[in-house]
Design a protein around this ligand. Sequence first.
Ligand code: MSP
Length: 508
Amino acid sequence: MNKTFYITTPIYYPSANFHIGHCYCTIAADAIARYKRLDGFETYFLTGSDEHGQKIENKANEAGVSPKEYVDKIIEDAKDLWSSLNITYDRFIRTTDQDHVKTVQKIFKKLYDNGDIYKGEYKGLYCTPCESFWTATQSPDGLCPDCGRPINEVSEEAYFFKLSKYQSRLEEYIENHPDFIEPVSRKNEMINNFLKPGLEDLCVSRTSFSWGIPVDFDNNHVVYVWLDALSNYITALGYETSNDENFQKFWPADVQLVGKEIIRFHTIIWPIILMALNLPLPKKVFGHGWLVINGEKISKSLGNYKDPREYIKDYGQDAVRYFCLREIPFGSDGNFSEEALIGRINSDLANIWGNLVSRTIGMINKYFDGEIQNKKCFEKIDIPFIENLKKLKKDADAKIDELQISKLLETIFDTLRASNKYIDDTTPWTLAKDDQKRDRLETVLYNLLESIRITAILLKPFMPTSAEKVLKNICTTKNEFKDLFYLENLQYKVTNNPEPLFERIQKD
Ligand code: MSP
């Protein structure tokens, strides 16, 4: 059987156009999905939109259109954004998709028939913008603990899901599966702040608004958003349909990426839904940090951001991808600023990567008319250089599995930096002056091309367009993950006038 890999992002609310914060998680998922795909895994990458709920209904009313018309426009824009970032999802699920709607109704009924959902009376505090219920203990000041806005007391007939019934099973599961919630700090937070105080049953239907999936056996009710939203990860694969091949193949998910503010939904409610459905739990839920601007979370409600396409237009798709993946250790918060973005472009992409490629290709053209092979005239300095190239793939595999994307890029850029240093140490321009040193010169340039080839293959998942450009410039057909070794006997013929990979950007 093929190795498979299933990765998901949260499905985002289309209450406004998506911003760089949404790009952040989607770029990370795309890079991981691409890595696994190139590494021979049959991969499924799911993203999408969470379209129901009162907030969207209100927004559509304000705009004077139907909720569906309102979200259609935003989704069109989102898909354009994903294509401008070269995002390779396998499915963009919308919670208004008919297959999703039908399966959510089936799930609701199944949970009801099994006695895990029951009808009751909801009294509580509700934050409309965040679509979150809070208890009085969680909100002693009457303000939403997430966004700080006032929350209202509401009371209505509602269905509830018996989270409490599964509490100890979940505690045991988390205890026995140390990789299930990452990073570890988030795991401890879930145990101490949510599980230890005891779980309250969860409201899973509403009667006070109508923009939602109808509960098909009780038409006054629509499914309340989190049950609807979380189910997307299995409805997208055809769970409970006659076409469930993907579900059989890909569930349980290997990695579910979520922002730290929704990790509690994904590590408490979601696993309990799965337990109640008798399904295996995802192997890993990873809570990543936030992009912040001047210390504040980039968010739709604060409106503190530009259209991400402006950054792409000004700095390029791969530079934006690289910045998001490299600047902030995955799991921590980090500042997003154009200044830092320019800094990364100049220091890493132009000075280190671009420079290495153009210097090396320039010398091969100058000294060998663009064509070289390995003359194997090695010296001591080559040993650590080649040894490092040989172990790069293994290092990268380990870092991808730990979701240490920033560290992985750091490792690759360390290799590129070391390659620039190798040029400075071996001084090919001096070797070129001595006819006796032709073979040595050719070997040095060969080693450099091997470094450029191997790093470019490894950079494909992260900066696909630029990596392909480099591989094209060095005209190699050994450009796949299976070619990630130091190869001894390639015949290289490089382009004679490559355009620069990245231009340095002047700060004004
Ligand atoms: N619809 C829910 C998720 C349901 S999943 C079953 C939701 N949507 S959202 O539009 O608010 O998107 C939240 C996600 O977007 C975060 O968890 C995170 O992955 C990403 N981000 C939104 N703003 C972000 C930042 N400022 N920084 C990093 N990621 C951010 O919650």
